[in-house]
Design a protein. Sequence first.
Lengths: 125, 283
Amino acid sequence: MKIIINNTSMVPVYEQLMDQIKQEIIDGSLKEGEALPSVRNLAGELKISALTVKKAYDKLEEEGFTVTVHGKGSYVAETDRQLAIEARKKAVEDDFAASVSKARSVGLSDDEIREMIEIILEDPQ
Amino acid sequence: MIRLKNLQKDYKDFKLDVSMEVPEGRVTGIIGKNGAGKTTTIKAILGLIRTDGGEIEVFGKNPGDFTGEDKKKIGVALSDTGFCSVLTVKDVISILGSFYEDFDETDFKDKCKAQSLPLDKPLKDFSSGMKAKLRVLTAMSHKASILILDEPTAGLDVIARNDVLQMIRDYLGEDQTRSVIISSHISSDLEGLCDDIYMIDNGRIILHEDTDVLLGKYGLVKVGEDDYESLDKKYIIASQKDSYSYTCLTSEKQFYAENYPKAVVENAHIDDIIVLMLGGNNK
């Protein structure tokens, strides 16, 4: 498992952690039934609070990526990978929808929005 | 595991009045200026001072009613080792061995070796870093379920501090039900270790928050004077006027980042929070 926490990012640490574990599950580096590290150990390794790790684990469970066996720990759930990828696409779509409504609220026309997206897409990262 | 309710202690020119709770498996930090009441709180939890009101419960008991068995469940490191300075680590080992059945001599020696603490050098010749490490190792030596550490990293260089913090993390990793109370005035030490933090000033708790929330939601908002006037101060906890701008502490940095594109919104470190809470004009 590879996890990198950015302490200067405005993205909350638990979200960073969640996203990275999700990614590992989706691309298959974390396999079904595999145990996640214990909350305290992961917190110690990443030098973050155990409550932060717990929050990330709880949310992962809520979204169906992991299951928690009480007293034993968290395990990667048997998820439909296709479903997980769909869920991520949906999240991106929601972000786009939010940006578009923001753009419209400041008075940009649809053509201007398209143009803007074209420019962003042309930028090679 | 530990519960304080309006614990009071009156000194001539200082009054302590704190409430706090430390559940099982929690790492709680107490942070504050020198003389804010951190050590007094810790001493009260240990039953080392008489209190003037309020309730203290440790394992459901008042510290005054502790039996020897209860005390064995607590590991303590105060500012001084309490061991005579002519003793060596070897002497300390035989003392600890006769106090605690759960003392693990091999493990203790291994850990001393790992921290390069010499076994037969008198403690008076130890550096302050070595003494600090010995204090923490001593507190952990009998597998206590609660560790109470008063300023374990004070006066240490960054490498030694890191070693001490890692020792605490290892201890927690061995058994998830262990709890730690740790006080410090070096907040960066607590940021990466504690689950929640109590900020204490002048005998009172002025802030109690999960570290996750402090680092994830609290932030600094920096604006010019004209923008400051129109700023919605709903989530501003404290603000400070500098020569060229205002710096405000918020508990909802996302709100300002989204609604005030001209304002600079930054992550706050616990040090920033302390400085603004104690030095800023609290509204």
